[in-house]
Design a protein around this ligand. Sequence first.
Ligand SMILES: NC(=O)c1ccc[n+]([C@@H]2O[C@H](COP(=O)([O-])OP(=O)(O)OC[C@H]3O[C@@H](n4cnc5c(N)ncnc54)[C@H](OP(=O)(O)O)[C@@H]3O)[C@@H](O)[C@H]2O)c1
Length: 179
Amino acid sequence: MTRTVYYTATSLDGFIATPDNSLDWLLSRKTDADGPMGYDGFIAGVGALAMGATTYLWVCEHEPGWTPERPAWVFTHRDLPLLPGADLRLTAGDPAQVHADMVAAAAGRDVWIVGGGDLAGQFADRGLLDEVVVSIAPVTLGAGAPLLPRRVELAVQEVARNGELVSVRYTVERTPSPG
Ligand SMILES: NC(=O)c1ccc[n+]([C@@H]2O[C@H](COP(=O)([O-])OP(=O)(O)OC[C@H]3O[C@@H](n4cnc5c(N)ncnc54)[C@H](OP(=O)(O)O)[C@@H]3O)[C@@H](O)[C@H]2O)c1
């Protein structure tokens, strides 16, 4: 069954990018993509993905050769240029409708919410987020793009060390806490 997973990396103080959208603090870390909770194992189970405009523009600037090799939706109100060779759709549609389209496209595999944090929160707001998987880098940034700027109750399911990172897989608790 398809799970909708926010899979990302974060600083210890909960930022996924610096205020100027740099990932230097992350990309310099030693990790094994094929190791515990690493990217290779994760992406193999993904059938569709979504990201916000800032994340997409980061990809365009820094990884223009990255083609996710599965259908991808970019949430934006702008007419952004499309990366050649990628199966991309720009959308400003209701995340619930887009989610239904992503689940259909994923054909039983998982849906990856790439980021940013507010976009993941929009899916959580609608009860559509199943898991949060974070790899925590050994650094604090003090400011930047927030990991998940909402209150979302989570339950720890898995913990692993991968190189310099510690990864945790949480399931989203759908019953609100009392008070
Ligand atoms: N650490 C990691 O592993 C990791 C992972 C992913 C991303 N990142 C980085 O984290 C940063 C995230 O940036 P961000 O917080 O600005 O988030 P973002 O989600 O990448 O981009 C936010 C933008 O997406 C568009 N958007 C969001 N929701 C929308 C909706 N419902 N409908 C239409 N458009 C919508 C809006 O752009 P418009 O102005 O076009 O409307 C909004 O300003 C980036 O620097 C990215 O590279 C890091």
